[in-house]
Design a protein around this ligand. Structure first.
Ligand code: 3PG
Length: 400
């Protein structure tokens, strides 16, 4: 709407809340997917003559500047992608931000330093967040929310700032919500969900919800061991959340009642210790059946039979949602389970959605062509909370 209205944004200072929370190794961005995803919104606003102010968080600094969490590398990458100079403010609402924003001409772009260097951004106290949102609002005329990865956070720049400025949702948020709506409202069946990652506790809400929606749930990664233990198997020294075993047992029982198929690994790659992800030296893993894991060994990836089983369980799907890697994919000895699931998504004729965070980074770092998937979300926690049916503060704030 802002863009359709002719000169609507020309000369206006447009604050774009993006999610530039990209993985870094030192100052090198190891996956720029989130920057590429929001770049079209920024480019369209700049082309329409807006003075674009891009803001984001990166990592979890504790309300004060920490050089390791600077957004400077992300600003530089955004400039490369846009093919134009991007100014960088070394603070968020201070002198540098005011002077950088004041110097913007029509069509120029600036990035502010990490929002979370200010305690007000993440404050639980409404007044403290509000005071920080007031200072952000003073920098801009219009707000565009396009940081989908952060819409589940009730933070000043996500929730309080849009109430203080004329606001709109950006193209990335519109796309993400459109895709996730399809999964919640009129999903084509069979609907297969693949869940991995380290902790089962991060996925409890979504599993609870999916027991009412999905036809089949495939489990992998660190969280699989709590399920295997709940079935009575020994899991050696693998990651385990003992306190979640009764919850998981209840899920398995409910899945049975509802005719939802829960699929767990049948074999695993195990090693004596967690691999060194920097040196990536060979670890000589063993493959063992899931019901005969040796004491003192930890499961770090799906075994070959599980890879084949999961590929078969994906083959006839009409819709697939995948969140969380199947193993320690950052080490070549333990990447196969994650690779096999990615390939299974590609080989099926289903509409496939890769839910953000680690799984999105995994498909890119393992060298898959992004266009082979239906949609790769930029939101990890945000897409899970959307699927749980929760109200997301950053979306609610844009709705009126
Ligand atoms: C993410 O990486 O999921 C988002 O950028 C949100 O980050 P957070 O979990 O630190 O709030």
């Amino acid at each position: 709407e802002l863009l359709a209205d002719g000169d609507g944004v020309r000369g206006k200072r447009v604050f774009v809340r993006a999610d530039l929370n990209v993985p870094l190794s030192g100052t090198t961005i190891t996956d720029d997917g989130r920057i590429r995803a929001v770049q079209p919104t920024i480019a369209r606003l700049a082309q329409a003559g807006a003075r674009v102010i891009v803001a984001s968080h990166l990592g979890r600094p504790k309300g004060a500047p920490e050089p390791a969490f600077s957004l400077a590398p992300a600003a530089a990458r955004l400039g490369e992608l846009l093919g134009q100079k991007v100014a960088f403010a070394t603070d968020t609402v201070g002198e540098s931000a005011r002077s950088v924003v004041g110097a913007l001409g029509d069509g120029d772009v600036a990035v502010l330093e990490n929002l979370r260097f200010n305690p007000g951004e993440t404050a639980k106290d409404d007044a403290e967040r509000g005071a920080f949102a007031d200072r952000l609002a003073a920098l801009a005329d219009v707000y565009v929310g396009d940081g989908f990865g952060a819409v589940h956070r009730k933070h000043a720049s996500v929730y309080d700032l849009p109430a203080r400025l004329p606001h709109a949702a950006g193209g990335l948020i519109a796309t993400e919500v459109g895709v996730l709506k399809k999964l919640t409202e009129d999903v084509s069946r069979p609907y297969v969900v693949v869940l991995g990652g380290a902790k089962v506790s991060d996925k409890l809400g979504v599993i609870d919800h999916l027991l009412e929606k999905a036809d089949r749930i495939l489990i992998g990664g660190g969280m699989a061991f709590t399920f295997l233990k709940a079935k009575g198997y020994e899991v050696g020294s693998s990651l385990l959340q003992e306190d979640q075993i009764p919850v998981v047992q209840d899920y398995l029982r409910r899945a049975d009642e509802r005719g939802v198929e829960f699929v767990l690994p049948v074999d695993l790659k195990v090693a004596a210790e967690f691999p060194d992800l920097k040196a990536k030296a060979p670890t000589h893993p063993e493959t063992v059946p899931a019901d005969a894991m040796p004491a003192g060994k930890m499961g770090l990836d799906n075994g070959p039979e599980t890879c084949a089983l999961y590929a078969a369980k994906l083959a006839d799907a009409a819709t697939v949602f995948w969140n969380g890697p199947m193993g320690v994919f950052e080490h070549p000895d333990f990447a196969e389970g994650t690779r096999a699931v990615a390939q299974g998504l590609i080989d099926s004729s289903a509409f496939t959605v890769v839910g953000g965070g680690d799984s999105a980074a995994a498909v890119r770092t393992l060298g898959f062509d992004e266009s082979a998937f239906g949609h790769i979300s930029t939101g990890g926690g945000a897409s899970l909370e959307y699927l749980e049916g929760k109200t997301l503060p950053g979306l609610a704030a844009l709705e009126d």
